[in-house]
Design a protein around this ligand. Sequence first.
Ligand code: ZN
Ligand code: ZN
Length: 252
Amino acid sequence: MSKKQSKFREEYKNSIAPWYNGWTHLLSIFIPGLLVIGFCSIQIHSPSVWEISILVPLFLFYNFSEWWLHKNTMHRPVKALKGALLPVFDRHTHQHHQYFSARRMSYDTNREWRIVLFPPYALLIFMILTLPGALAIGYFGTTNMGFLLMMLTPIYYLNYEIFHLCCHVRENWFVRNCPLINTIRRHHASHHSQQIMMEKNMNLTYPIADWFMGTSDLNCGLLGHLFNGYSTKQLKKEYASNQGSELDAVSV
Ligand SMILES: [Zn+2]
Ligand SMILES: [Zn+2]
């Protein structure tokens, strides 16, 4: 870890309020999220295959939205909307990316979840943004489809938070061997390399949009991207120096 990173970490840790508790932060996201999922699920009655199939394009839309928002709001200072999104840029590019680098991706204690998890009100914003689309789908399609969309938002968001947290935990058997999670750990560690953080590896769940948009550091197909794990075999040569040094990469 560089001196600059080490100094930033100390200063950030000292700035966390004494009353902050990582588990409370996590539960403030997961309890409302699970309640919304539960509420929507009991509103859905005998969904048809056709109704459930709407989840496929919606899931892909969310994956591309995750890619776009990370690239264009978390890594670009958007001055529109009276600068409402500037704190998102500052928090992610200036703070999160200073705190974690490809060389040092892990945190030490769960007080540092303060810089990994989104603020508790993020889910409320996502639900408000989802509502018009859900009402439209409910009106023009079916009520079940509207509630499926309302349910997908917290599912995708909680998935995002779990995967991103797994990207920043210390190396362990689970994150190293769990399919998809091991993939996103390598993918995201590489993204935390300062040289490529503005352009490459923008997905934080499943690298589908990165594969499609050509913003991945791998040179392989979709399945290869999804189940790459820690492997550096398909890595584009120019990104060899951007790999996370905490990962004991499996070059097979
Ligand atoms: Zn991160
Ligand atoms: Zn980023």
